[in-house]
Design a protein. Structure first.
Length: 73
């Protein structure tokens, strides 16, 4: 019982090591802000707020990076 579980865990950890790093600019900050806001909205909304904040933060970070690349501040 233990051996198949250990082999599955080893295979899973090796697949994460081979994966390219995620581009999460803005996601962490947005998730924190969204999670706190969702927490204050009501029960069960912290996770939804964190997900929405992550999406919004990533979007804003991408727009800022494109603006910098175009020469705008």
């Amino acid at each position: 019982m233990f051996r198949p579980l250990a082999l599955a865990a080893a295979a899973l950890s090796m697949s994460f090591a081979a994966a390219p790093p995620a581009d999460a600019k803005g996601c962490i900050k947005g998730a924190i802000v969204g999670g706190v806001a969702g927490h204050y909205v009501g029960r069960g909304h912290a996770l939804a707020g964190a997900a929405a904040g992550c999406i919004a933060g990533h979007h804003l970070a991408k727009k800022r990076a494109q603006a910098r690349a175009a020469g705008h501040r």
